[in-house]
Design a protein around this ligand. Sequence first.
Ligand SMILES: *Cc1c(COP(=O)(O)O)cnc(C)c1O
Length: 397
Amino acid sequence: MLKPAIINGKPVRSSFLHPFKHSIGEDEINEVVDTLNSDWITTGPKTFKFEDIFSKKVNSKYAIAVNSCTAALHLAIVALGIENGDEVITTPYTFAATAEVIINVNAKPVFVDVEKDTYNIDPTKIEDKITDKTKAIVVVHYAGHACEMDKIMDIAKKYDLYVIEDAAHAIGSKYKDKTIGSIADVTCFSFYATKNITTAEGGMITTNNGDLADKMRILSLHGISKDAWKRYSSEGSWYYEILYSGYKYNMNDLQASIGIHQLKKLDQMQKRREEIVDKYNKSFNGISQITTPTAKSYTKHAWHLYPIQINEDLLTIGRNEFIEALKAENIGTSVHFIPLHIHPYYKEKYDFKSTDFPNAFSLYNNEISLPIYPKMEDKDVEDVIFAVEKIIDYYKV
Ligand SMILES: *Cc1c(COP(=O)(O)O)cnc(C)c1O
């Protein structure tokens, strides 16, 4: 790959700006220490507290804390009875987890191309892909921009399908006046290290369906009728029953200790993300070589990512060289996502061509995720802007 020299001899930054950084502070550290000094470190009071404040925050009846968003998605698929031979409609423009949980129950992911402006599943293309075998639709709120949930829920109702939301990017997002986490049958959140709030590793399931909540909670801990708190604490008894063949997906109280304080800081952290977006938008909106991300009026955007599109026709370099040029200026970036259908596993298993989902393929070829996280200082944001402008100035046609 072409490795551009540092333009004009001196990089914009003297030290590398990481593409992601978490915002763990003293409150999280003190709470973890408090838990370590207590007699209970696995799923217990702190996890139940985190679940309680989380469900209030996203306006859902139930919340079940688990050890990843992948676990959350898997439990949703299993609890909804999706199995061998079923089909599940989803987007190719996502992370591995969204579709692997479908394949891992021997069901088939059926991809629908995304909208060119939001990167989200295109609701107008869903009905064409529905068959007798379709059981559910799994949507992804890319970067924190809500999908067109009214249209998606209407289709689901018409064809009697379940809807699962992969909200790994969408804590703090809204669709119209509804909080993400309160709309579909099941919503799955991620607290992975890079996400808007983190517990290092962790996830949350929300639902308004009590039976489904009970089932997912039981499945998350070996399918047994009582969690450890109900067996070993003074309130508990030793007896339990195995009701399903389950999984080991529970969150522990150390993770929840971090999560409780991350959630308290969410609104303040989201405000900082919005400030960074404003600075980027103001600087980039007039530059024809790049397209800035959309925020449709129906969404409150969580800005987990700030994805730009490179207009290759107006530059002498492509996306990959642009990323290398940013790296030479000491700016770290990333690409979200390499669409699932162009990965070797999917290509071979389902015989996909890259152009089967043209919007996903084209978005991927031109996308760069610029750094955006609450810990970025104004100077960091200015460095990113300056580096992008410097590269465009140098490589424009
Ligand atoms: C991060 C991510 C996941 C997986 O989250 P984990 O908590 O790491 O399992 C799932 N879907 C999307 C869209 C993601 O970005």
